[in-house]
Write a protein that binds this ligand. Structure first.
Ligand SMILES: [Zn+2]
Length: 191
């Protein structure tokens, strides 16, 4: 099988022999590993050691982690050199995954990535009608701001979203809004 490994500065594809004696390598694990040249094919990854987190055995937390990690595969698909921002962000989320709401961590990580990549638009202007947004604010894919009336999406508190956009804090958002923002984040990044 082919595995993709994110390290602080690289995204690399490796070949992984997959047999009965070899542990199953799943999505989103922090690993230590060795690489050996396999001749004319991709380098081979071996001697994999999983570095565990306390939430690994929590099915709900693990499922949310897999969903979170899934958004990065298409995002990193054609990249080989990368800034350590992404590795640090994902590791930071993993270290907090047990103590905080996973969905909130996904929403906060997502806004931090949008900011880092310069994909944030001011929330006071609707991308559909270009008019000012005072209160009836909703977010479209990629957290793009729209009037609720223009998009027919459920409104989200302007004040709570401003806090998220400015401070990357989800603290003022209610659980219903977090559920909706989490689903937007899972759609990944607009190209
Ligand atoms: Zn509008």
């Amino acid at each position: 099988m082919i595995v993709t490994i994110l390290s602080p500065k690289k995204v690399v594809k490796y070949y992984r022999f997959f047999g009965a004696r070899h542990s199953i390598l799943q999505l989103g694990y922090l690993i230590d590993f060795e690489v050996e040249d396999s001749g004319n094919f991709l380098p081979r990854v071996r001697s994999i050691t999983h570095i565990g987190f306390p939430w690994i055995y929590d099915r709900e937390k693990l499922m949310l982690w897999h969903r979170f990690i899934s958004i990065f595969e298409p995002h990193f698909r054609d990249i080989s050199d990368i800034d350590n921002f992404y590795f640090d962000l994902i590791l930071n989320a993993a270290n907090r995954w047990n103590r905080q709401s996973s969905k909130r961590l996904i929403v906060e990580s997502y806004i931090n990535i949008l900011k880092y990549e310069g994909r944030i638009l001011p929330i006071n202007s609707c991308i559909l009608c270009k008019q000012t947004i005072d209160s009836d604010l909703s977010l479209y894919d990629g957290f793009l701001p729209v009037h609720s009336s223009c998009s027919h999406l459920e409104p989200i508190s302007y004040k709570a979203l401003l806090k998220l956009f400015e401070d990357s804090s989800s603290i003022d958002l209610d659980d219903n809004s977090i559920d909706r923002l989490y689903l937007i984040a899972l759609k990944g990044f607009l190209i």
